[in-house]
Design a protein. Structure first.
Length: 257
């Protein structure tokens, strides 16, 4: 589903190579969790897959097409297959739940209709089904600004589901939530991805969560992959390879960072 070859990216503004000659293959329907210390390149990798940033070099194949090299019109279609969930929700707070979630249908709408806010009856059926799937049907006309953090992330998930993606990328989707909500949101994401056979790639800080929700775990350090395996393969040595034997590892290494 996703094939990444020799991917590198340097942030010229701070002369920092965030990703270095990285290779990674992700199967259709796989649940992949990426872990690693801050600054290891996790977010850069996810944003590169969705072309939120332009990598310095390398290739990213989505269903066999290199999203970094195809014509711009085709880029838009490929990106339409990819839903993105962010740590801080990335919602329009002044708008209602429905108004936010309908934005997931933009890829199916003409520019003219989008400008005037015109969507089809089918679009609204899909959007309302997505809102119901995340348990927010009673909040359809509520402004997002009035919702809790957990509810806001559910709105973000609903918006992605209304997009009908083949891939969901989630960049620290639960880091701003309390432990109970973290589990609820990850359970929801895991369940909908299984139901719809969506390829799920997420970055997480907590190793316990990574083990629970990833069929495969990839560990990054200093822009490269230093570990790839099942949760059972994540030994104490592998954790040191990912995080280093630091004071933080001695304090928190067996539960996360």
């Amino acid at each position: 589903m996703i094939k990444i070859e020799r991917l590198s990216h340097t942030y010229k503004s701070r002369n920092e190579q965030a990703v270095k000659d990285l290779n990674l293959h992700i199967k259709k329907g796989e649940s992949l969790v990426i872990v690693g210390p801050s600054g290891s390149g996790k977010s850069t990798l996810l944003k590169s897959i969705n072309r939120l940033i332009e990598p310095t070099e390398g290739s990213i194949f989505i269903d066999g097409e290199d999203i970094l090299k195809v014509p711009l019109k085709r880029v838009s279609r490929l990106r339409g297959k990819i839903g993105m969930i962010f740590q801080h929700f990335n919602l329009v707070e002044r708008e209602t739940v429905l108004q936010n979630v309908i934005n997931g249908r933009l890829r199916y709408n003409s520019a003219f209709n989008t400008i005037f806010g015109r969507f089809s009856a089918e679009d609204y059926l899909i959007v309302r089904a997505s809102i119901k799937r995340v348990g927010l049907e009673a909040f359809e006309n509520e402004r997002v600004a009035n919702l809790s953090g957990g509810q806001k992330q559910r709105v973000a998930i609903s918006r992605v589901l209304s997009q009908e993606p083949e891939i969901i990328l989630a960049d620290e989707p639960v880091s701003s939530l309390d432990p109970k909500l973290m589990k609820e949101i990850m359970d929801l994401l895991a369940c909908v991805c299984r139901e719809k056979e969506i390829t799920f790639v997420s970055t997480l800080h907590f190793l316990d969560f990574a083990k629970n929700y990833g069929s495969r775990i990839v560990g990054m350090r200093e822009g490269g992959i230093v570990f790839s395996g099942t949760p059972n393969d994540l030994t104490e040595k592998a954790i040191i390879d990912i995080y280093g034997e630091t004071e933080e590892w001695r304090l928190y290494g067996k539960t996360g960072f």
